[in-house]
Design a protein around this ligand. Structure first.
Ligand code: HEM
Length: 112
C-alpha cells in the first residue's frame, strides 16, 4: 500500500509545501517572531526531513525530537497552544492552496 508520503506526491510535493508554508508563517503576525533568530534554510531542510519521516517516506530521522526542539521557545518565549493552532492553520491553508496549483496537482491530485 502506498505510504501517505507517496499519496501526497513524494519529495517534490513536500518541498513545495514546506517552502510555501514558511512563506505564510513568516508573514503571520501571531507567530513570526518565534523565527526571528532562526536560520530558515536549515529550518526548511529540518521540516522537510521531519515530514518525510512522519508521512512514512523514510524510517530515519536524525533531527531533535519535537519536545527538545521547542523547549526553549516554551520556557523563554511563552510558546503555547494558540501558537500551535496558528501553525496548524497555516499548514492547512498552504496545502489547500497547493491542491489547486499545477505542479502539486500533477503529482498528487488524482490520488487525493
Ligand atoms: C505540528 C507542529 C510542529 C512541528 C511538526 C514542528 C517541527 C519542527 C522541526 C522538525 C524543527 C527542527 C528541529 C531540529 O532542529 O532538528 C522545528 C524547530 C522550530 N520550530 Fe517547530 N514544529 C511545530 C510547531 C511549532 C510552533 C507552534 C512554533 C512556533 C509558533 C514552532 C517554531 C519553531 C522554531 C522557531 C524552530 C527553530 C528553533 C531554532 O531556531 O533552533 N514550531 N520545528
Amino acid at each position: 500500500m502506498a505510504t501517505l508520503f507517496e499519496q501526497l506526491g513524494g519529495a517534490e510535493a513536500i518541498d513545495l509545501a514546506v517552502d510555501k508554508f514558511y512563506e505564510r508563517v513568516l508573514a503571520d503576525e501571531r507567530i513570526k517572531h518565534f523565527f526571528a533568530n532562526t536560520d530558515m534554510a536549515k529550518q526548511r531542510a529540518h521540516q522537510k526531513a521531519f515530514l518525510t519521516y512522519a508521512f512514512g517516506g523514510t524510517d530515519k530521522y536524525s533531527g531533535s525530537d519535537m519536545r527538545e526542539a521547542h523547549k526553549a521557545l516554551v520556557v523563554e518565549q511563552g510558546l503555547n497552544h494558540e501558537h500551535f493552532d496558528a501553525v496548524a492553520e497555516d499548514l492547512m491553508l498552504t496545502v489547500a492552496r497547493l491542491r489547486s496549483c499545477s505542479l502539486y496537482s500533477q503529482n498528487s491530485r488524482r490520488r487525493l
